[in-house]
Every structure is written in C-alpha cells, then in structure tokens.
Design a protein around this ligand. Structure first.
Ligand code: ADP
Ligand code: MG
Length: 402
C-alpha cells in the first residue's frame, strides 16, 4: 500500500460540492441540561485543517461520519452534539441534516453554496454502510463532485463511506489523513536510525503482528506492560499471578531469536513493580523486585526504576521512537510511573521523530499533557496498528496515489 496519496492540495475545490468523510466518532457524556455533549473533541479538532482549507477555497461541504455502533436509527447516537461542538470550533453554526441519504438530503445539498458546511446524520444508522452496499454508496455520492477522506481512524474498514464512494467520486486525502500516512508510513519506509520501538499493552496475542512487522525495521525493541510477562516467562522467569499468555511463549522466543540473530537489541524489564492485587489495596502494598525475583502471589503491574533508566538511555539516543501500549497498569496512579516516564523521555528528545499510536497509549500521553510535544499522536487506534502491521487499509487503498 502506497502512503503518498493525492490530497486536497492537488485539486481546485472552488464551487464544487464535496463529500468529506471525517472521523467524528467521539466519546459523548452528559451535558448540563440532561442531554448529551462531546466529552473529548480531539478528533473534531484534528479535522479542522481540512475543513477550513476547503471552505476557504470556496467548496461547499457535507461532512459525513459514523458514531458508535448503532443498530438502526438511535437518537442517543445522533451526531447532534458533534454539530454543536463543531459549530463552536468553527465560530458559526453547522446545520445537522436529518439523514445522510434520500431526497431531502439531496435537495439540501443542491442548495449549498461555496463556503457552506453541513453535517450529515450518523452514516451507520444505515446497515448498508458497513456492508459497503454499492447502491447505498451511490446514494451517498449523489449530488457531489468530489470526495475527500480525512477519516484515518475509519480507514481500516471497507465501508460505503470510506471505500465505496471513493470508487464513484474523484477521491482525495484530507490533511489529517496525509499527516497520519506520512508519520506512520514513515516508520515502515525510511525511519531515521537508531529506531527504537516501545511496545507494551496487555497481550502478546493482540500485538504479535505489530511486533513481527517492527522486528526487521527497528534497532531496539523494548517490550513492556502485560505482554512483557509472556517474554519473561519465555526466558525462564516466574511471573507470579501476573497477566500472562503461557501459550504464546513460543512466539516470544521467536521474536527474541530474530532480533538477536540480526544483532538488534531487545529490552525486557530487569526490574518490576509487583502488587498482591491489581487495585487500590494492592497499590498500598506494591514493591519493586528484580525481574527474576517476582514473589509468589504477586502480579507485575509496572516496570521498575532500573528498567525506566534503560528506556531513558535508548530513547535519548534514538532518532526515531514509536510507542504503542502502556508499560504498566497506568489506569491506577501508583502503577503509572513507567508509562508517564516513557512519555516524558520521548517529549524530551527534541531531535527524534516521535510517534505514538494505539488507544490507551494515546490516552496516557494526552493525560500527561505531552501530546503536543510529540511529532505525531495518531487519531486512529485500530487503523494505526493495522498500518504498522503492514496491512492494506481499504480506505487508503481507494484513494489514488499522488
Ligand atoms: P493500546 O490501546 O495503547 O494499543 P493495549 O490495548 O494493548 O494498548 O493495552 C492497554 C492495557 O494494557 C491497559 O489497559 C493497561 O492497564 C494494560 N496493561 C499494561 N501493563 C499491564 C500489566 N503489567 N498487567 C496487566 N495489564 C497491563
Ligand atoms: Mg487498547
């Protein structure tokens, strides 16, 4: 899959009706009046450069997104709170149309003038969306002259609004899509060396393809979090009551051997924080131990200080750092130190290209207030991992190369 796609810079959108697929699948929470409001607008903000660039150049926009996993029409999963928040961010109201297809929508699109923007209602209110139904894609495309895809977070899905319409309308990448592809794709194509990847998170089984894809690219692989326990078990350690996948030690061994035979470094924890239970009570009684002295009846919940120092040294020397997956149970404050330190070390290396991808790892960087210190923090959880795995993303594939 090519990462250099033709973008909105390669087309004159003025006077055109443009269907813009954005990823406004944001968390909602209660508002002051008993309704719903956007709880985190990161993804809406991330789409603003594309939206304002198109509006300034005189395009008429219909923004299209999914929200949640509705089974048919569901007012609780309406994009109304998103339209309100987007209007605040743009400094002018953004009308929400009652649907994304149909005669009334088509009429409203027909009335749009250059510089206008409307939001279409949740595209997943129609089951045809996820089936990538060709007739539905045709309905979605009706009345538009261009299609722009800025929804990187949905690009791993072959749905009507991410893939089907790109086969009907002239398709271009938005600026967020372009940035995501450059940052994540750059890790696979020409990372500046030394390239350090830090992979943590819960399980080896969910990250095995990420690890496999990174092994030939990296100079150093640091394995942390729950999945490090499986690596520790594979190298003859006992891990107490830790989260571990005993059936995955073979995979772990293979990765270690591959790295070693290519004369690359693998960093496994040399010391770990151990707790009798993974909760507030356990936090009171947690203690650091060497990785080969994990006490029976305790679980590994974070990397220890010596391991943190090893991470610091490799991150400091790196020219490229990719991080996915927290290195401890960071949801509990007492177990969050290692994860916070990784974010800090990356933020403190001004010359390295630093990229964070994933769900919880992005959350950890954002909570640490360090997101804007990174070269790139991906907005696409599942999509970013599939890209790193080397998979073809249908929503990207459907946009012609630059
Ligand atoms: P991401 O969403 O960044 O890709 P994952 O979904 O793979 O990351 O994993 C995130 C989860 O891993 C977090 O909820 C965290 O609590 C958990 N985790 C990290 N370290 C450990 C550990 N030592 N034991 C159990 N769970 C862990
Ligand atoms: Mg996750």
């Amino acid at each position: 899959m090519g990462f250099a796609k033709r973008t909105i810079r390669d087309v004159d959108p003025s006077g055109k009706k443009v269907l813009v697929r954005v990823d406004f699948n944001v968390p909602l929470g209660p508002d002051a009046r008993g309704g719903l409001a956007v709880a985190d607008d990161t993804r809406i903000r991330a789409a603003l450069p594309t939206i304002t660039a198109l509006l300034e150049r005189g395009a008429a926009l219909a923004l299209c997104s999914h929200l949640g996993r509705p089974k048919g029409r569901d007012p609780k999963q309406s994009l109304a709170p998103v339209a309100a928040r987007l209007g605040e961010l743009l400094g002018r109201p953004v009308p929400l149309l009652a649907d994304c297809v149909g005669p009334e929508v088509r009429a409203a699109i027909g009335r749009l003038k250059g510089g206008d923007a409307v939001l279409l209602e949740n595209v997943r209110f129609h089951p045809e969306e996820e089936r990538n139904d060709p007739a539905f894609a045709k309905d979605l495309a009706a009345g538009f002259g261009l299609y722009v895809n800025d929804a990187f977070g949905a690009a791993h899905r072959a749905h009507a609004s991410t893939e089907g319409v790109a086969r009907i309308l002239p398709a271009y990448a938005g600026l967020l899509m372009e940035r995501e592809l450059a940052a994540l794709g750059g890790l696979l194509t020409d990372p500046k060396k030394p390239f350090v990847a830090i992979v943590g998170g819960a399980k080896v089984s969910s990250k095995i393809d990420v690890l496999r894809s990174l092994v030939p690219k990296v100079d150093t692989l640091a394995v942390g979090g729950g999945m490090a326990n499986t690596f520790l078990l594979a190298t003859g350690h006992t891990v107490g009551t830790s989260l571990v996948e005993a059936d995955r030690t073979g995979e772990a061994k293979r990765i270690i051997t591959e790295l070693e035979s290519a004369r690359k470094r693998i960093l496994l924890p040399v010391d770990v924080l151990c707790a009798p239970s993974v909760d507030a009570d356990g936090a009171q009684r947690a203690a650091t131990h060497l990785a080969d002295e994990v006490p029976d009846g305790t679980a590994i919940v974070d990397i220890g200080p010596r391991t943190v120092a090893m991470y610091r040294d490799v991150i400091r020397e790196a020219k490229t750092v990719f991080w996915n997956g927290p290195v401890g149970v960071f949801e509990i404050d007492a177990f969050a130190n290692g994860t916070r330190q990784v974010a800090r070390f990356m933020a403190n290396n001004p010359t390295a290209t630093t990229v964070v991808g994933g769900g919880e790892s992005v959350q950890a960087v954002t909570e640490a207030g360090l997101a804007d210190k990174m070269t790139h923090v991906s907005t696409g959880g599942g999509a970013s991992l599939e890209l790193i795995e080397g998979k073809t993303l249908p929503g990207v594939e459907a946009i012609p190369d630059a």
